[in-house]
Design a protein around this ligand. Structure first.
Ligand code: PHE
Length: 343
C-alpha cells in the first residue's frame, strides 16, 4: 500500500510538470483527486480494509500526500489564471518590459542648439560666475553706483559685511557681466557666446526669477553695425527657419552706443502683420555697438578696436519657435513630468 502511494506521488510530480493550460490542470486534478475514479481517492477509500496497526500510518501518509497534491494544483492554478503562463516556462520570444526613456530638458536642448549655431561662425561658448561682483554687472558697463539705469535689472544683492574693491556681490542679472571678463583674458579678436543663468526679482507668466540669457560679443578692428546685422540675420534663419529675418530699432543701453532692440520677423505672416504679432515683428532682445567706456574698462583701446554685443533670454527666444505655445514660462522649472514629457 505504501509503495503504491509512493509511485502515485512520483507519477503526480512528473505529470504536473507537463501542465501548460487550465484544461490540463483540471484533467490532472480529476485523475488524482476525482471523487469517482481518482487514483488517490481509491487508495483512501481502501484504508478501511487495512489491518488496524497499518491503518494509522498509511492513513497519515495518504492524507499528507493529498495535501501536497492539492497545494501544488492550487499554486499552478493561480499562476495560470494570472498570466496564462507558468513561471517554470520561460518564453524567450516575448518582448521585454520597456524601461521609461528620459530626454534632455527643453532649455538644455535650446542652449545646445544656440551654442552650435554660433560655433559654426566661430563664436566660442564661455561661462562666467553667477555670483558676480557689482563691477562686472554694472560699474564696468558704464553704470556707476547711483545710476538710475541700474533699476531695470531688479538685482538680488548679497548681504556682505565687507565690500571689496569690485563692489558688492550679486546674482548676475544679465550675461553682459561676461563682456569685461572676456576682455580681461586679453585674447583679441573676441568672438564669444556667454550662455548662463540670470536672476531678477520678477515672477509672472512671462518672467521667472531664474532664467537663462545668451550674450554674443565680437571685438576686432573695424567691426561695424553691418556685422551685427549679418550675425542677427544668420541666427534668425538658423534658429527659427530660412524665411525669417532680424531687424534692429534704435533704443538705449548704457553699455552700447548706438543701442538697438532686435526683432525677428513673425513666422505666421512673414513680416506683413497679423493678429498674432500685430506689427509683423516679434521683439527678442537688446544689442548695440560696445560703448568706448566698456572697452576701456576691459583695457582695450577704443581707437583701435570696436565691437558689437547682443543679449536676450533663452526661454523667451525658444518659446518663439513655430508651433510652441506655453501659457506660463514658470512651467519650465516646476519639474512636472506631465508638462516636461510633451517635448
Ligand atoms: N544685457 C541686456 C539686457 O539684459 C541686453 C543687451 C546685451 C543689450 C548686450 C545690449 C548688448 O537686457
Amino acid at each position: 500500500m505504501k509503495a503504491k502511494l509512493e509511485s502515485l506521488k512520483a507519477l503526480f510530480d512528473a505529470e504536473i510538470k507537463k501542465v501548460s493550460s487550465p484544461t490540463d490542470l483540471d484533467e490532472l486534478e480529476i485523475k488524482f483527486l476525482g471523487r469517482k475514479a481518482g487514483e488517490l481517492t481509491a487508495v483512501l477509500r481502501g484504508l478501511k480494509n487495512l489491518p488496524e496497526d497499518q491503518r494509522k500510518e498509511i492513513g497519515n501518509f495518504a492524507n499528507q500526500l493529498r495535501g501536497e497534491i492539492e497545494n501544488a494544483i492550487t499554486e499552478i492554478r493561480n499562476q495560470l489564471s494570472g498570466s496564462q503562463k507558468i513561471d517554470r516556462f520561460f518564453d524567450l520570444t516575448l518582448p521585454g518590459t520597456e524601461l521609461p526613456n528620459g530626454h534632455l530638458h527643453l532649455m538644455t536642448k535650446a542652449i545646445r542648439e544656440i551654442t552650435e549655431i554660433f560655433e559654426r561662425i566661430g563664436f566660442n561658448r564661455v561661462r562666467y560666475p553667477e555670483v558676480e561682483w557689482d563691477w562686472y554687472a554694472f560699474e564696468a558697463l558704464n553704470m556707476p553706483g547711483d545710476h538710475p539705469a541700474r533699476d531695470e535689472w531688479e538685482t538680488f544683492f548679497i548681504d556682505d559685511k565687507e565690500i571689496g574693491p569690485k563692489g558688492k556681490r550679486l546674482l548676475t542679472p544679465h550675461t553682459s557681466s561676461g563682456q569685461v571678463r572676456e576682455m580681461e583674458r586679453k585674447e583679441l579678436p573676441i568672438r564669444m557666446t556667454n550662455i548662463s543663468k540670470c536672476y531678477r526679482r520678477q515672477s509672472d507668466i512671462s518672467h521667472a526669477p531664474m532664467f537663462h540669457q545668451f550674450e554674443g560679443l565680437m571685438i576686432d578692428t573695424d567691426v561695424t553695425i553691418a556685422h551685427l546685422k549679418g550675425v542677427l540675420d544668420y541666427f534668425a534663419k538658423q534658429f527659427f527657419g530660412p524665411n525669417r529675418t532680424a531687424r534692429i530699432r534704435p533704443y538705449h543701453f548704457q553699455f552700447t552706443e548706438p543701442s538697438f532692440e532686435v526683432d525677428i520677423s513673425c513666422g505666421l505672416c512673414e513680416g506683413k502683420g497679423c493678429r498674432m504679432c500685430k506689427s509683423g515683428w516679434l521683439e527678442i532682445g537688446g544689442a548695440g555697438m560696445v560703448h568706448p567706456n566698456v572697452l576701456k574698462a576691459g583695457k582695450i583701446d577704443p581707437k583701435k578696436y570696436s565691437g558689437f554685443a547682443f543679449g536676450w533670454g533663452v526661454e523667451r527666444c525658444y518659446l518663439m519657435k513655430p508651433g510652441l505655445s506655453i501659457p506660463d514660462i514658470r512651467e519650465l522649472y516646476q519639474s512636472d513630468l506631465r508638462f516636461l514629457k510633451q517635448f
